[in-house]
Ligand binder design. Structure first.
Ligand SMILES: [Zn+2]
Length: 869
């Protein structure tokens, strides 16, 4: 996440030349030489007692921290702590005054003479600061006088140092005592157990939290402010949920499945939830989607969905909740040693989402997610030639679709290849052997081999250290005389760099009138022919039944076979493959009827949604009839939403246009209504403007329909909407509506440079989501006159490094309008999270997939700290 080769120490501004020389010898010069690999260490930070007070109006923190350190080397004259922008008032060692100096990035403390390895010191630091990141203040202001006051931190990757002088790299672990003195009306949350709350002077209270199990400093957290709490338990361990004080009623509808998740993960992993409590604090304007601080997750308050909308989402926020919970084992109990191995945190957390989805929502739901995930990963083409573990990343690139999506997929394949029992035995051993330690990928392979006696080196070499995935071309012939199927399998991925030939186990299933037969094969060559007995010409041949391998496959099949597969294949992925392939067979009534049947009757809502999308691609009167008919019966809001999106393709069909108007006005599903409003904008039919403006002015839960209509006005492209959009973009309006309005404004009057400057003005907004929206809006607008404003933002000293790729990407879009796609495979939120908001009618299918995935990732975990204030 960070550019490792930044040499901050070259910008030393020490008062003392002598100290400077010492510093270069024993401090940064030594440490920085290791990165991007884990730092070498001079000392072990064992415990920190951290006392903080806040001055919210000044956005200031007043701190007193006592670090208990043990030296790891002889001959050290100084030790240094990471510290950026903090004013250090005093430093004491073992209660005696100590010499210190500061640089741009370090606090360097002089040790007593002759200190030896093993010597222990208490280093007490008094400081204050107004952090540019790491610690955030959300305050009421004149435009939002009633918003709850919040103070919260976000450490990962290396931002703790902006509010706390400390050892700020993952490869050390410490216990903590956190002492927070805050107004009596506030709640506080930090790592570990709440030891007590005592009265302090001036109407303040002091909260003491103690974490007795060591973890890394990026996992340290403080949340404080005007929150409300809901208490729950799991096996006598406190499980708590916190919301800003005006949204306490939203906690239980979204979060009450947490204890069931803790139970499931504890049982599956064979290692009980390891911390003394589990809290989830939902905060406004969070710079990530969720953050797995040890025992105390912080999530975006966007996950506190309006209870009226909760039933409209198949899994509600369970992906986010299970992801962050999964990290409590993978990431917190066992922590990556360096950022190059970040998949050991993120791939596992992504995999744990699947574990929960399978258990709670069923295999079909989890399988469809995985099928979609494979498509999405392939759509991020820039990831293909990069291995999961690598060190040549820039900025926050390592938090990419390889660490998350592909990492999760790889663990799924490993489970399948080892078998459920062996896989979990391996994970249990990995967790137990490395409990409380920092790890590399080799620690995982070693643990699996020790527990299962199965060597997984080849598997890891291929999937983790190698890049890419197999791209297959498959075909078959049937020999009536020999009663034999000959299956030709070719690997077509370009073999260069770290992308090689793949060796994968594949299940082939051949179905004839006498039933299905399964044949496991091992594909190892560039081109191979496999033969199988078959009593008659097959009704269906499946290559990689159920999509168990991360791959793409071009398998040319006759219409007849695809129709059979759509109706009869047992696995969701195979039916979804068929539904997708049938979208290429235009002008065929039988195909349309079969897809209509799948849309109405398949038992998987995922397959139904794919069938809807294929009918939309096929077009024609017969397809629109099927979609409209399905709209009469489909109950699930997420299916209705997909049907509406598919109907966008029929803009010349008066019946469709009229129906979208009806759905927008009165459908039982808010998601279908929202999708209709966006569709009406894209279709640009009669009365579109009036319908959208009416929806902007109408009520719905959390302005859900208003935001969809504001979005639709951008697609509609009618400049009449500019004043209305400028109104809704203005400070004081609902934050989601502002984002929708800014996104749409950027799509109107594209030659109007004054409007470009209005949007560029939002780069300076005091609210992070608005700044983030403005960056994307300007990139999409295509007016190069916005480049200086974006470049100025990029030059700012306070800019979170994680934000840099995003801004650079948008500048690149403006400089080179034809460039497409997602060069970093990064999370890239755009507009609202729901239903392709902020979409563009020119999006191709692939781009839509990428966008949907980005939105999904946004929900899960976006790591985009804010631009400068
Ligand atoms: Zn994560």
């Amino acid at each position: 996440m960070i550019r490792r080769n930044i040499r901050n120490w070259q910008r030393i501004s020490l008062a003392s030349v002598i100290l400077c020389a010492v510093w270069q010898l024993s401090g940064a010069g030594l440490l920085r030489a290791d990165e991007p690999f884990a730092r070498s260490k001079d000392y072990d930070l064992q415990h920190s007692k951290i006392a903080l007070r806040f001055q919210p109006e000044q956005k200031q923190v007043l701190g007193e921290v006592t670090h208990s350190v043990a030296l790891l080397r002889d001959g050290l004259e100084t030790i240094s702590f990471d510290s950026v922008g903090l004013q250090i008032e005093s430093v004491r060692i073992n209660k005696g005054a100590a010499k210190f100096a500061t640089t741009d990035s370090k606090l360097v403390v002089t040790l007593p003479n002759g200190a030896k390895a093993g010597a222990k010191f208490d280093v007490e630091i008094k400081y204050q600061g107004t952090p540019s990141k790491g610690l955030y203040f959300i305050l009421p202001d004149k435009d939002y006088p009633n918003r709850p006051l919040e103070v919260w931190t976000q450490g990962e990757s290396e931002d703790t140092r902006y509010y706390l002088p400390t050892y700020d790299y993952p490869n050390d672990r410490l216990t903590t005592e956190t002492i927070l003195t805050v107004p009596a009306s506030w709640l506080t949350i930090s790592n570990g157990k709440l030891v007590g709350v005592t009265d302090a002077s001036n109407g303040m209270k002091t909260w003491t939290w103690r974490e007795s199990q060591p973890s890394s400093t990026y996992l340290f957290t403080v949340v404080a402010g005007e929150f409300v709490e809901v208490k729950d338990t799991w096996r006598n361990i406190p499980v708590t949920y916190y919301a800003p004080k005006d949204r306490g009623d939203r906690l239980s509808p979204s979060y009450s499945r947490t204890p069931a998740m803790i139970e499931l993960f504890s049982k599956k992993l064979g290692v009980d939830y390891p911390w003394e409590k589990y809290s989830q604090a939902m905060v406004d304007e969070f710079v990530a989607g969720g953050m797995e601080n040890s025992s105390a997750t912080t999530n975006t308050a966007e996950s506190l969905r309006n209870p009226k909308l909760v039933p409209e989402y198949e899994k509600n926020e369970d992906d986010l909740i299970s992801h962050e919970l999964g990290h409590q084992w993978f990431g917190d109990l066992v922590t990556t040693k360096d950022w190059g191995n970040i998949w050991l945190n993120e791939g596992f957390a992504t995999f744990m989402e699947t574990v929960w989805a399978e258990s709670h929502f069923g295999k079909d739901v989890a399988d469809y997610d995985r099928w979609e995930g494979a498509h999405q990963w392939f759509a991020m083409r820039s990831l293909f030639d990069k291995p999961i573990v690598r060190y040549n990343f820039e900025e926050s690139e390592e938090f990419d679709g390889n660490a998350y999506g592909k990492g999760g997929w790889v663990l799924y394949m490993l489970r399948r290849q080892l078998g459920e029992d062996a896989f979990y035995a391996g994970l249990k051993h990995y967790l137990e052997a490395n409990r409380g330690k920092n790890v590399m990928t080799s620690d995982l392979t070693k643990a699996i081999e020790e527990a299962t006696h199965t060597n997984v080196d080849a598997f890891f070499r291929q999937w983790i250290y190698g890049a890419g995935a197999p791209k297959f071309e498959v075909s078959y012939t049937y020999d009536e005389a020999k009663k034999q199927v000959a299956l030709t399998v070719k690997q077509t991925q370009k073999r260069e760099g770290r992308v090689g030939l793949f060796q994968v186990p594949v299940d082939v299933e051949i179905t004839t009138a006498t039933g299905p037969k399964l044949y496991p094969i091992h594909v190892t060559q560039e081109s191979e022919v496999f033969t199988f007995p078959s009593d008659s010409a097959p009704l269906m041949v499946l290559f990689d039944k159920g999509t168990q391998i991360l791959k793409s496959a071009q398998f040319k099949k006759e219409k007849k076979e695809l129709l059979y597969q759509l109706k009869n294949a047992g696995e969701v992925a195979d039916r979804a493959d068929a539904a997708e392939a049938l979208a290429k067979l235009k002008g065929d009534d039988e195909v349309v009827a079969a897809l209509g049947d799948a849309l109405r009757n398949d038992k998987s809502t995922g397959v139904r949604r794919t069938a809807a999308s294929s009918l939309g691609e096929l077009g024609g009167a017969a397809a629109s009839r099927q979609l409209l008919e399905a709209l009469n019966s489909a109950k699930e809001p997420w299916v209705r939403g997909s049907i509406v999106v598919a109907l966008e393709n029929f803009k010349d069909d008066a019946g469709v246009v009229a129906r979208l108007q009806t759905v927008a006005r009165e459908d039982a599903s808010y998601r279908a209504r929202g999708a209709s409003l966006r569709a009406i904008g894209r279709i640009k039919g009669a009365e579109a403007y009036e319908t959208l403006v009416a929806a902007v002015n109408a009520d719905s839960p959390d302005g859900f329909l208003r935001d969809a209509a504001l979005n639709g006005l951008g697609s509609l492209g009618d400049d009449k909407a500019v004043p209305l959009l400028r109104d809704w973009a203005a400070s004081g309006k609902d934050m989601d509506s502002r984002q929708a309005a800014i996104g749409s404004l950027a799509r109107l009057q594209k030659d109007n440079k004054e409007l470009t400057q209005v949007i560029a003005g939002y780069l300076q907004d005091s609210h992070f989501p608005i700044r983030r929206t403005a960056i994307y809006a300007l990139g999409g607008r295509g007016d190069a006159s916005a480049i200086p404003a974006l470049e100025a933002m990029l030059q700012s000293k306070n800019l979170s490094i994680e934000m840099q790729p995003t801004i650079k990407e948008q500048i690149e879009r403006l400089k080179n309008p034809l460039a497409k796609g997602d060069p970093h495979g990064m999370t890239k939120p755009e507009g609202n999270a729901d239903d392709k908001a902020g979409g563009d009618e020119r999006l191709t299918h692939v781009e839509q997939l990428v966008q949907e995935m980005n939105e999904r990732l946004k929900e899960i975990e976006k790591r985009l700290p804010p631009p400068p204030k």
